[in-house]
Design a protein. Structure first.
Lengths: 280, 273
């Protein structure tokens, strides 16, 4: 109970800092939020227009593609809203810039700092709000019966998407413990690549490529597979578990590697002598 | 008798204990496509150091002497290659959270203030993260605000502060949770004479009135002499002197303190070559 209370207190502290940031210059903050809305819509508009022009892609019609893009934006926005501050999502920046020291002097477990320190409910929620709106429109156009169970599944797959993206970012980002300056932007590269590929439906690809993108390079877990499952396009009950299993596996693997990286840092973590060391 | 922990009185009162601590780093000497040569840097070599509760210790040495490495070892950021580092009688890596609850840290050229937030926000944030009870927080804030004269800039953004104001705010922040030990890496760096004097007086008061143990590094020997009771001189990773300032002066030739220290550094140089 103490842990849960502590987590909520830390979320509240992060939310307060975000509110202070927004409220100190509301006009600039609103322009920033408005720009984010435009950016979020623009990033999926191309695929949506292609789907309309060709009356769908693969086994998904135009409205289903819109739903998938809505889910992608919603889940991406949720990830940014929960972990967007202080580069927690782009962990290689934190490590590569030698900022792990700031984490280590706080009397809070590292996992809790990562979980709560990036919360941006005000300045970082624009993409999430856009995603909710797009998903709502597509849901209405598809006349999907919205039940509590369906909403729970949507929430579960949103969390899985966050875990998959975070897991991949941390898997790559821990390389910054070993080559700090060289790998400082590795998490950014990985997440950008995943986000660029993750919004495309995989249906048009050969089966072996679909398998690849649902396992080793899990971009299909960001939106495609969850959308097929949510829209009832896959008649394989086992597939419902796959995003959850992959999310758990990626989080476990990244947690293990991060701990290994921290041990390496404790043994060799000197900015001055590290090959490809920390930048000043 | 297995599992029974026996502690002597000295260990009971020791806040910091370094026992035969060595820390090495590997530096790339020559890189190549197929062959790389490394050399070993001895950041700390067989360092023994005990700091008792309530002491105010100056930890001095030239650049690269191993001062920051010692601080990182004490905070559990680095692990020693040999020997053992203990804070409050415990391993700071294995028991990071309880150790950090009792320790305040300020690294040189670094700030724990939220850069794009009012100074007050950093204090409020720390209250939550360190889980400081509201009554304690209010009492300490009142005391620290008066001690470090924070009231003039509590609502200014951290990035707008002068160097002196930033250092005062950082020090107050490091003391906010009522630490028993404070590690300060070059707190007077870049401060003007007046700001330095004020800061030193504040640190002395914190040590004297609250019984806080302080370990402070600086390149300015006069500053260290002003504030600390004990001097530990480090050179190339080894403790070369551990005692009082007066004791050092008594054993050295005549001259001002800075000059004596400089001559000592020079004298130690050939020995290492």
């Amino acid at each position: 109970m103490g842990r849960i209370r502590q987590i909520f207190r830390l979320y509240a502290a992060s939310a307060k800092l975000d509110w202070l940031l927004l409220s100190r210059d509301v006009r600039t903050g609103l322009i920033y939020i408005f720009s984010d809305w435009i950016s979020a819509v623009s990033s999926v508009l191309g695929i949506a227009l292609l789907a309309v022009r060709f009356e769908g892609i693969g086994q998904l019609n135009a409205d289903e593609i819109l739903w998938m893009l809505g889910f992608f934006t919603l889940a991406d926005g949720f990830t940014t809203m929960m972990l967007g501050s202080c580069n927690w999502l782009w962990i290689s920046r934190v490590v590569g810039r030698g900022q792990v020291d700031h984490m280590l002097i706080q009397p809070v477990p590292l996992w809790m700092q990562i979980l709560t320190g990036g919360f941006l409910p005000f300045t970082g929620s624009s993409c999430f709000v856009t995603g909710v709106a797009l998903t709502a429109v597509a849901t209405a156009r598809l006349s999907i019966a919205v039940t509590p169970g369906w909403l729970l599944l949507l929430a579960l797959y949103t969390l899985c998407r966050m875990a998959v993206a975070t897991g991949c970012s941390y898997l790559a980002g821990t390389a910054a413990f070993y080559r700090p300056a060289a790998c400082e932007e590795l998490s950014t590269v990985v997440l950008d690549a995943m986000n660029a590929a993750g919004k495309y439906p995989l249906a048009a690809l050969p089966v072996w490529m679909q398998a690849l993108f649902l396992t080793a390079l899990p971009v299909g877990l960001l939106a495609y597979l969850p959308s097929l499952l949510m829209l009832g396009k896959l008649d394989a009950p086992a597939a419902y578990v796959w995003p959850v299993a992959m999310a758990a596996a990626l989080l476990s693997a990244s947690g293990m590697l991060f701990r290994k990286g921290l041990k390496h840092y404790a043994r060799h973590g000197c900015p001055r002598y590290k090959s490809m060391g920390f930048r000043n | 008798m297995q599992g029974m922990v026996v502690r002597d009185t000295r260990a009971w009162d020791s806040v910091i204990e370094l026992q035969d601590v060595s820390k090495y780093f590997r530096r790339l000497k020559r890189g190549g496509l197929f062959h790389r040569e490394y050399e070993q840097i001895h950041a700390l070599s067989h360092v023994d150091l005990t700091v008792e509760k309530g002491e105010f210790v100056a930890y001095a040495g030239p650049n690269g002497a191993g001062k920051s490495t010692t601080f990182k070892l004490l905070c559990g950021m680095l692990a020693p290659n040999e020997g053992a580092a203990r804070l409050f009688g415990t391993d700071p890596i294995k028991n990071r959270i309880p150790v950090m609850r009792r320790t305040g840290v300020l690294f040189g050229n670094r700030s724990e203030l939220w850069w794009d937030q009012p100074v007050r926000a950093s204090f409020d944030w720390k209250r939550v993260v360190w889980d400081i009870p509201r009554a304690d927080y209010d009492a300490r804030m009142a005391r620290l605000t008066a001690e470090f004269r924070l009231d003039g800039f509590m609502d200014a953004f951290a990035r707008e502060l002068s160097l002196g104001q930033r250092m005062r705010a950082n020090l107050a922040l490091a003391l906010l949770h009522g630490p028993e030990l404070v590690l300060l890496d070059e707190p007077t760096l870049g401060l003007d004479v007046l700001a330095k004097r004020e800061l030193i007086q504040s640190l002395k008061r914190v040590n004297r009135e609250d019984g806080v143990t302080l370990l402070v590094t600086s390149h300015d020997m006069d500053d260290l002499r002003d504030m600390a009771q004990r001097l530990v001189l480090l050179h190339e990773g080894r403790v070369r002197y551990d005692g009082s300032f007066d004791g050092l002066l008594a054993h050295a030739d005549k001259g001002d303190f800075e000059a004596i220290i400089a001559r000592m550094y020079e004298a130690w140089q050939p020995e290492e070559a």
